[in-house]
Design a protein around this ligand. Structure first.
Ligand SMILES: Cc1cc2nc3c(=O)[nH]c(=O)nc-3n(C[C@H](O)[C@H](O)[C@H](O)COP(=O)(O)OP(=O)(O)OC[C@H]3O[C@@H](n4cnc5c(N)ncnc54)[C@H](O)[C@@H]3O)c2cc1C
Ligand code: FES
Length: 287
């Protein structure tokens, strides 16, 4: 009997549990695509059958996806995508991604029945303290995709959640169904001016007064992150931010993804892929 080669991918539906490397939390796997649809003019939603290790992904963690080339050229490097929803009952995970460049345009060509080559789960995810009764999520753009599974975290721990979802126009308000199942959704839009920082500040101040802001979670906007950081500092509310950064290896050794943070007045360099992508909001200095 052959031992699986150490770097052989786990093929969902074909590899046996013995093929998994028990000492490694992440693996390369080939995950059959079971659904892949446009949700609006810019974003696609992909559902894949997941290996047991991939299914152990936590909200805020990500996978580094091998994207086919959308043209005749080579496509170097994988592209990081956060998990959008974890469907443990059906052993599936979901991604919600924006088509912005060659990698994601190539990803968009994959069809139901194709196998998605993914490495993960990677990085440090979101946490929830048992003392928190009501949390506030503030996301914009692709940041909404990363924050999506916080709805599951809140639901599983019976924690109330208010999700402020910022978008250009109603078409791009996403994850409102996920957050609507477990809490309140407040869409704020560029098209009607409600996404203005002053208005979002008013909403946050009201939640603080009503004692519905035990912790802050944010992703996707520097301006909104600076707002949450300022209010969090002023009111002693802990916060977490999922940072985005262009990555190469996604595993720690290449240092392509380094960002500067501020810890106790000192500037500190951290790798987003392995030290994050989720960080303490008060230590992030924006971009
Ligand atoms: C941890 C992590 C999780 C992510 N999760 C999601 C997600 O759930 N949904 C989603 O839509 N996107 C997510 N992203 C962003 C996603 O990785 C990029 O949009 C993608 O790599 C772009 O690849 P591309 O080849 O299509 O575009 P490229 O041609 O490489 O770039 C197109 C544009 O996207 C910018 N870009 C490229 N890579 C990144 C990056 N890593 N972060 C931010 N901007 C980038 C480039 O500067 C350029 O403006 C995440 C990024 C990180 C680091
Ligand atoms: S992407 Fe290589 S160290 Fe982070």
């Amino acid at each position: 009997m052959h031992e699986p080669f150490a770097s052989a991918p786990f093929v969902v539906g074909r590899s046996s549990a013995a093929a998994a490397q028990p000492h490694m939390p992440a693996e390369e796997s080939l995950a059959p695509i079971v659904a892949h649809d446009w949700v609006n003019s810019e974003y696609k939603h992909m559902i894949v059958d997941a290996s047991p290790k991939a299914l152990a992904v936590k909200p805020g963690q990500f996978f580094n996806l091998l994207c086919p080339s959308p043209d005749m050229g080579e496509l170097w490097l994988r592209r990081p995508q956060s998990v959008y929803r974890i469907d443990r009952a059906n052993a599936r995970i979901e991604f919600l991604y924006k088509c912005v460049g060659r990698g994601t345009r190539g990803l968009a060509t994959l069809k139901v029945g194709d196998e998605l080559n993914m490495v993960g789960p990677l990085g440090v995810g979101f946490t929830l303290e048992p003392a928190w009764k009501h949390i506030v999520v503030l996301g914009r753009g692709v940041g909404i995709a990363t924050l999506g599974p916080v709805s599951q975290l809140a639901g599983e721990h019976d924690v109330g959640v208010t999700a402020i979802l910022s978008a250009r126009e109603p078409e791009f308000v996403m994850a409102d169904d996920l957050f609507g199942e477990v809490g309140d959704v407040i869409p704020v839009l560029d098209s009607d001016g409600t996404s203005a920082v002053e208005n979002v500040e008013r909403i946050l101040q009201k939640l603080i007064v009503e004692r519905r802001a035990d912790a802050f979670y944010t992703c996707g906007s520097n301006r909104l992150m600076q707002l949450m950081k300022r209010l969090g500092k002023a009111h002693g509310i802990p916060g977490q931010i999922a940072m985005e950064q262009i990555m190469a290896c996604g595993l720690g050794p290449c240092y392509v993804c380094v960002k500067t943070f501020e810890v106790d007045g000192e500037k500190v360099l951290r790798r987003v892929c392995i030290d994050g992508p989720v960080f303490d909001l008060q230590e992030a200095i924006g971009w």
